[in-house]
Design a protein around this ligand. Structure first.
Ligand code: B12
Ligand code: SF4
Ligand code: SF4
Length: 257
């Protein structure tokens, strides 16, 4: 299916917002295939850093993105400072974090709506690249949600970097809604780099191994939390991932606290 000029892109973006997306946009999968992450990740997949017998080890066997998927809808859910639990991990929470649980349901509803109302076959993307997921920061940049900041994260004009992302592949050739002209890091004195407890930006660029050390330590420091905090019925082991480089970014700090 090809975009027929009736602004189907606008209809899809508006529907995503109606379902609760804080921001949404569309990118071409062809452009995503050309993004710098594609080659870089294939040469050094994240889970390769674990031992093969580690429970978190997943083997990367190449990208599973189908040729029929021409466009990606990508959307953001704001994670305000006042709701830190949106980002906390528990194996008992569907989608692993309360925030991703919300986005998982949004994804399902949007995928069904695309098929039934627009006649577009679509695929809800999983989080991990190993299971067929896509690079959501790159897709968001291409779709015009924001830009990749010096904290190595997506920085949006509306919510700064305090957003989480999700995507759906679509069997339709749609017009991209980005990128946008936005340059927040120009002239910024980089509090994001100074905030890192592992000095993961010591070389001037993000070093994954140092960031992983911090987040692995947090995995080891699990806490048992009451189910009501995580939106489930029973207590569970909860990990609180690091957010220092994200929360230090001053962009749109006043937007929501
Ligand atoms: C694996 C993973 C991790 C790993 C490895 C991180 C890494 N970057 O390598 C670990 C566990 C360490 C991690 C940590 C974090 N993560 Co993480 N992570 C992912 C995951 C699953 C894949 C990311 C990945 O491997 N990318 C590929 C590697 C090669 O590239 P990269 O380092 O990301 O950098 C590339 C881009 O920036 C790109 N790029 C740079 N400039 C430009 C310019 C243009 C034009 C384009 C197109 C691209 C581009 O090129 C770079 C190199 O190839 C994504 C979810 C997803 N499916 O996308 C979430 C994700 C990126 N993580 C996220 C978050 C929030 C975090 C943390 C803050 C922890 C937390 N609280 O959740 C930290 C932040 C670390 C940091 N400063 O980057 C969010 C990002 C939200 C945002 N605002 O950007 C995502 C999208 C998940 C989500 N739930 O929304 N993460
Ligand atoms: S703190 Fe400054 S340099 Fe870092 S991502 Fe935000 S705007 Fe860019
Ligand atoms: S998530 Fe934490 S450890 Fe990783 S780069 Fe950001 S501040 Fe550093």
């Amino acid at each position: 299916m090809k975009s027929n000029g009736n602004n189907i892109e606008k209809t899809i973006v508006e529907k995503a917002k109606e379902e609760g997306a804080s921001l949404a946009g569309i990118a071409r999968v062809e452009d995503l295939r050309a993004s710098p992450s594609v080659e870089r990740y294939a040469n050094a997949p994240f889970y390769e850093a674990y031992d093969r017998d580690h429970p978190n080890y997943f083997e990367f066997k190449g990208y599973k993105w189908g040729e029929e998927h021409k466009s990606i809808l990508v959307w953001a859910l704001e994670h305000p400072i006042s709701e830190p639990q949106l980002d906390w991990w528990s194996m008992k929470v569907k989608g692993f974090t309360p925030g991703m649980g919300v986005m998982r349901l949004q994804s399902k509803k949007l995928r069904i709506w695309m098929g039934e109302d627009l006649g577009i076959n679509a695929l809800s993307l999983p989080y991990q690249i190993e299971f067929g997921g896509a690079f959501l920061k790159d897709a968001s940049h291409l779709a015009g949600l924001g830009v990749i900041g010096k904290n190595n994260l997506l920085v949006t004009p509306e919510f700064g970097t305090r957003v989480r992302l999700r995507g759906i592949f679509m069997e339709a050739e749609l017009e991209p809604t980005g990128p946008i002209d936005f340059d927040p890091c120009n002239g910024c004195d980089m509090p994001c780099h100074r905030a890192c407890p592992r000095e993961a930006f010591r070389s001037g660029a993000f070093e994954r191994a140092l960031c992983k050390q911090e987040n692995d330590q947090r995995d080891a420091d699990v806490e048992i939390l009451d189910g009501s905090i995580m939106g489930i019925d029973e207590p569970s082991e909860v990990t609180k991932p690091c957010r220092y480089c994200e929360l230090a970014c001053p962009v749109a700090q006043g937007a929501s606290l």
